[in-house]
Design a protein. Structure first.
Length: 382
């Protein structure tokens, strides 16, 4: 049995970001406290079945960190975290894939069980990464979108404890600068029935619609996302004398809702942007890291093992991404140094299990590579 079964059987569409993050926090808490981790509790049943694992024979691989942070929920069940030792003498970056099977959350390991009877709970690990603790940097558009998606979700679905739950989204520097006790102030919010991202800027500014029942009212919230200590936060516009913090940076009430600028269109073009950006900036691990975004149905229909086939790539110096057409196709251009060559890639973006993927146009059995694009036109004229 191959790992195609694994990808095809997970019920990823049933997941929530909060549930995914909580699962990662749970396993990292156990690592910090040196607790034994149960294979049956944390590892995907589909993975165990695919590898004929006898649960009692295996242990979960682990580190012994003194602390950790959740860096980013990238969507599609992919969560990036960092762990570190005493005085941050070492820092590792772990990427987890959280699946949802039989009404419970599990981890999908990134490699086969070891011959020493250990199973990794993470999908990818980068050891001894550059530590940016204590500094601040610019959030990526993916980080900004993910954070605002989380807080809007909580505003809609977790209103009973939003005032305290959302404290974690506020930038630590804001609490310090304003001499605010985090445990005293609550986070202000509306009580919407729904919400949606309108736009995401590369400067950390994110616009989101929220609305009441039947869209009887629609407000536009603008959030300012910053990055501190390697993690994205919201930087508020201000707070009130009665111990409330406004999580948004700007607010426009009673606006006209314009769906044409929202939703799946942005998510699909952003996925293509993520893939093209990785070609430029993450060449070393592109072939394995981008497996996460290949349509599971392609692996299954072509009887390919997704843990064997790597994702094909060019090595561009730059790129640009166009808009999505009615068929779900997104065109992107990539180019070499001084634009000596320019190729046009067409990506076919599909939805499977409620998640967004790209559908390859072909794969190569001899070299065990799969194209992330659907078609390519090389050496185009601009």
């Amino acid at each position: 049995m191959t790992l195609i079964f694994v990808f095809g059987s997970t019920q990823a569409y049933s997941q929530s970001r909060n549930g995914q993050n909580a699962m990662v926090e749970k396993v990292l808490d156990n690592m910090v406290n040196s607790n034994t981790l149960s294979v049956s509790t944390y590892i995907s049943p589909a993975y165990l079945s695919a590898h004929a694992v006898k649960v009692g024979d295996y242990q979960i691989n682990t580190y012994s960190p003194t602390g950790y942070s959740i860096e980013e929920n990238k969507g599609n069940g992919v969560i990036v975290a960092r762990i570190w030792g005493s005085n941050r003498s070492w820092v590792h970056e772990l990427t987890f894939i959280v699946t949802y099977e039989n009404s419970a959350y599990y981890f999908m390991p990134g490699r086969e069980p070891s011959s020493y009877f250990y199973i990794d709970p993470w999908y990818i690990v980068k050891t001894d990464v550059k530590d940016d603790n204590g500094g601040s940097s610019k959030p990526s558009t993916t980080e900004s979108r993910s954070l605002v998606t989380d807080i809007v979700y909580d505003m809609v679905n977790n209103q009973d404890d939003f005032g305290t739950r959302a404290r974690k989204y506020i930038a630590p520097s804001y609490y310090r600068k304003n001499n605010i006790d985090k445990e005293v102030y609550q986070i202000n919010f509306y009580s919407p029935k729904g919400g949606e991202i309108k736009s995401v800027g590369d400067d950390g500014m994110v616009e989101a619609y929220i609305w009441g029942a039947d869209k009887s009212w629609v407000h536009l919230l603008t959030f300012k996302v910053v990055k501190e200590n390697g993690k994205a936060y919201l930087y508020p516009k201000g707070h009130t004398d009665n111990d409330y913090i406004h999580p948004w940076f700007e607010l426009t009430t009673d606006v006209t809702y314009n769906k044409s600028t929202n939703g799946v269109k942005n998510e699909k073009t952003e996925l293509v942007d993520k893939i093209c950006n990785a070609m430029v900036s993450s060449k070393d691990d592109f072939g394995t890291a981008m497996r996460l975004y290949i349509a599971p149905s392609y692996y299954k229909s072509n009887n390919l093992d997704p843990f064997t086939y790597q994702v094909n790539s060019y090595t561009p110096k730059g790129y640009s991404v166009g808009t999505i057409d009615s068929r779900g196709y997104v065109k992107a251009k990539i180019w070499g140094a001084d634009r000596a060559w320019v190729h046009e890639l067409t990506f076919k973006v599909v939805e499977e299990f409620g998640l967004i993927y790209v559908m390859p146009g072909k794969h190569y059995d001899g070299t065990e590579y799969v194209d992330p694009w659907y078609s390519v036109e090389t050496n185009v004229e601009e």
